[in-house]
Design a protein around this ligand. Structure first.
Ligand SMILES: Cc1cc2nc3c(=O)[nH]c(=O)nc-3n(C[C@H](O)[C@H](O)[C@H](O)COP(=O)(O)OP(=O)(O)OC[C@H]3O[C@@H](n4cnc5c(N)ncnc54)[C@H](O)[C@@H]3O)c2cc1C
Length: 462
């Protein structure tokens, strides 16, 4: 491997005066993040806070903050609030605190509108309140907020750098760009999304997502199209409480969601990140749905031409190993906080050990989170869903949203190290209480659903 350029920003450019975040002492570790999406940018910010030398490379020529909405779980929100107080204020300003209502596919109301409740009905109260709202963020605004913070801190974010491969040796990790430049750092974080260029090195092959059989055409557009139509405004209006309104319409095999906000977006969602379809094609999905309401069809017609994203829902098997054989390339999706902490705990000379520990601490939890997504989806496809509104509501256990991703690595690093080095017993505590990890695959779970068998959690998933 020949690595020729070391991408390290000068430490003078990193301006601690532009944030209230507390930095750790300098670690001397260089980290190169591939991908300037939400995961890569937050990983870079966290590496900066743990005082690693960090830079990002992004294939797009400029920052592209496209998309519509995504949800952020309360424990991540809490992490931002506690550790990046200025971002905490900003994300409060840009988040949607929508109320939720549940409907049959003909529009008939089953329950709500009500504030989103993270606590499953019937769960014993541990005395502390559950988060009382959903944080649904407009992706362009959320990513824009993170990128602005990078800029304020002077973290180097190089656009127009398309990575074609990742590599490593015992001393350094590296990336190869499409112009043949090679860049190196102590650790590479591959946050380049689902088609990551790190798969060859980390997994030996491309990791393919599996079709779920579900497609979710989605569109976000200025609210004027609704306001101008009396009937749509009646059904999709702002609530008396002035809260934005998120409606879920469900029958087995058909899930439709609509979010009406006061201020929706900058229109960037019309440039899809995927294939777009027109309203006629979107109608293919609803034409077979018996009793689908006329006014919901009108809503689809109101979307701008070419503005519906043809969003296929894909599943991926849990990946037990997200680090390269020598431990210098880490696939960085949702684990920014653990990873930056583990690198700091390991210190400059122990990057490979630190990434192994990171992998050990995060895998079972991520696998459980993935399973929650699958199970919530599967529950909505049971026949009971049209009779029992509680079947519609997603379940997210306390173990998920009460987790503290900042302290967990600090509290568990040395025990996990003892486990890896000396075989000492070690059990993660960031999964549902009483849960014992068993490997599972999407094929296995889908097979159970097809046979009409339940897919359930073991342990206390509350
Ligand atoms: C433009 C866009 C809009 C989206 N909008 C939504 C949405 O509104 N709602 C939703 O739920 N999901 C959306 N998604 C799906 C997306 O997977 C998640 O919302 C979320 O963005 C995942 O964050 P991430 O940082 O892991 O990956 P991504 O957001 O996919 O970011 C990966 C980044 O890596 C860069 N990259 C990829 N390959 C390379 C390479 N070879 N070299 C260098 N850089 C590379 C990409 O340009 C991108 O900036 C969107 C994805 C994209 C890319």
């Amino acid at each position: 491997m020949s690595l020729t350029v070391d991408l390290q920003p000068s430490s003078e450019s990193l301006d601690s005066h532009n944030t209230r975040a507390q930095r750790h002492p300098p670690s001397g570790i260089s980290v190169l993040v591939v991908g300037g999406g939400p995961a890569g940018v937050y990983a870079a910010l966290e590496c900066w806070r743990k005082e690693h030398h960090v830079s990002i490379v992004e294939r797009n020529p400029v920052a592209r903050t496209q998309g519509d909405f995504f949800n952020t779980t309360p424990h991540v929100i809490e992490h931002i609030r506690t550790n990046w107080s200025e971002l905490g204020e900003e994300k409060e300003r840009i988040a949607e605190g929508s109320w939720v209502s549940y409907h049959r596919v003909n529009g008939q109301l089953m329950s709500g509108p009500e504030p989103f409740d993270w606590k499953k009905a019937g769960i014993e109260d541990d005395g502390s309140p559950a988060p009382a709202r959903m944080y649904r963020h407009n992706r362009p605004k959320f990513l824009g907020m993170l990128i602005s913070q990078l800029e304020r801190l002077g973290i180097r974010n190089e656009y127009g750098c398309r990575v074609v491969d990742c590599c490593e040796n015992a001393q350094k990790a590296g990336i190869v760009l499409d112009d043949d430049r090679r860049l190196e750092a102590d650790v590479v974080v591959a946050a380049d999304g689902i088609g990551s260029k790190s798969h060859r090195l980390v997994n030996g092959q491309e990791i393919r997502a599996r079709g779920s059989g579900l497609a979710g055409p989605r569109a976000a557009f200025p609210v004027q199209a609704i306001c101008d139509d009396e009937e749509l405004n009646k059904h999709f209006g702002i609530l008396d409480s002035r809260h934005p309104h998120f409606q879920m319409w469900i029958r087995p095999g058909v899930h439709m969601s609509m979010l009406r906000t006061n201020d929706i977006n900058n229109g960037a969602a019309t440039e899809s990140w995927n294939e777009s379809v027109d309203a006629d094609s979107a109608f293919q999905y609803v034409s077979a749905v018996k009793d689908f309401s006329e006014y919901a069809k009108r809503l689809i017609r109101a979307s701008p031409e070419g503005g519906i994203v043809d969003w296929k829902i894909m599943w991926r098997d849990p990946q037990p190993v997200i680090i390269s054989p020598l431990g210098r390339v880490v696939q960085g999706l949702e684990d920014a906080i653990y990873l930056a902490s583990c690198l700091g705990l390991g210190g400059k000379d122990n990057n490979q050990r630190a990434t192994k520990i990171h992998n050990r601490l995060r895998f079972e939890r991520v696998s459980c989170c993935q399973k929650v997504g699958f199970i919530n989806q599967a529950r909505r496809d049971t026949r009971d869903v049209e009779l029992d509104p509680s079947m519609i509501k997603s379940e997210h256990g306390r173990w998920m949203w009460r987790h503290d991703p900042e302290s967990y690595p600090y509290n568990n690093y040395s025990r996990a190290l003892d486990h890896l080095q000396n075989g000492a017993p070690f059990q993660n505590t960031n999964t549902p209480p009483g849960h014992t990890h068993e490997p599972w695959s999407v094929d296995y779970l889908m097979g159970r659903v097809e046979q009409g068998l339940p897919v359930e959690f073991d342990g206390g998933w509350s």
